[in-house]
Design a protein around this ligand. Structure first.
Ligand SMILES: [Zn+2]
Ligand SMILES: [Zn+2]
Length: 266
């Protein structure tokens, strides 16, 4: 089941899947459009070089863990016939393939919210999730900057989901691209979403960059990943989220917002 060259291929794939989007968003936000989006910076400070190096190093470790679990826990189990990975789209048709993708994204958002809340329990935090919160001001490179335990918890979702419903490798690939792109954007430090999105009746359920940025500023709030549903349902959405979003996109003034962010470990 284990071939070293195949494993290297998986690792290279996951590392590139991190480096390319993170590098691209970093270049776009810090160089290419730096002037144009200056007003959309969510926090006043920028992360230092040491933080970025640390984030990249831990992200490479996470990518290696993602690759290893994908190889053994998803593709390996499929060769043994244990999970429900199937290789021919026509077995279930495109309609099912799209349905399975939507379901996987919704299920992952739920899985993320609850495992994230679990990892914030004081007894667990230090051993699972504190490393991610060392980045109080985030950058695109923060996207995979996880403690190895957390990286394992994150990727375990794909392996578990493949046990439950039939999944095509193409759907797994699209799901993982969506995951990393949303993660990179969510940590980029600039509110890149449309100005009216957060208050929109139709699109307010999509988490803006400000949503997760506030979680890094004050870890009591905003545990969700892609959507705002769980935080709203469980009463854990930051009370100033909409106002902070408005400020980031230039719809509200700074003095309308109260101060009072706490560090996670304090
Ligand atoms: Zn984060
Ligand atoms: Zn957290």
């Amino acid at each position: 089941m284990f071939e070293f060259s195949a494993w290297l291929g998986f690792v290279a794939h996951d590392i590139l899947k991190y480096l390319i989007p993170a590098g691209f968003v970093f270049f776009v936000t810090r160089k290419l459009f730096a002037k144009a989006i200056r007003g959309r910076r969510i926090q006043k400070v920028e992360a230092g070089r040491h933080q970025i190096i640390r984030e990249i190093c831990w992200s490479l470790v996470s990518a290696t863990i993602f690759a290893s679990v994908s190889m053994v826990g998803v593709m390996g189990l499929s060769t043994l016939g244990i999970n429900q990975v199937y290789f021919d789209i026509s077995d279930y048709g495109w309609g099912y393939a799209i349905f399975s993708l939507v379901l996987m994204i919704l299920a992952h958002d739920t899985y993320f919210y609850w495992t994230h809340r679990l990892m914030h329990l004081p007894a667990v935090l230090r051993y699972t999730h504190l490393l991610h919160h060392r980045s109080r001001t985030t950058t695109p490179w923060t996207a995979y900057s996880f403690d190895p335990v957390e990286a394992f918890v994150q990727v375990a979702f794909a392996a578990l989901f493949a046990l439950l419903i039939p999944l095509n490798p193409l759907i797994l690939l699209i799901w993982s691209l969506h995951m990393v792109i949303r993660n990179v954007i969510g940590h980029c430090g600039f509110e890149l979403y449309p100005r009216t999105m957060a208050r929109s009746r139709w699109f307010g359920w999509i988490s803006g960059v400000t949503h997760h940025d506030l979680h890094h500023q004050n870890a009591k709030w905003n545990f969700g990943l892609y959507f705002t549903w769980w935080d709203r349902l469980m009463g854990t959405e930051h009370p100033e989220y909409l106002m902070r979003f408005d400020r980031a996109v230039g719809l509200a003034k700074e003095d309308a917002i109260s101060k009072g962010n706490n560090r996670v470990a304090e």
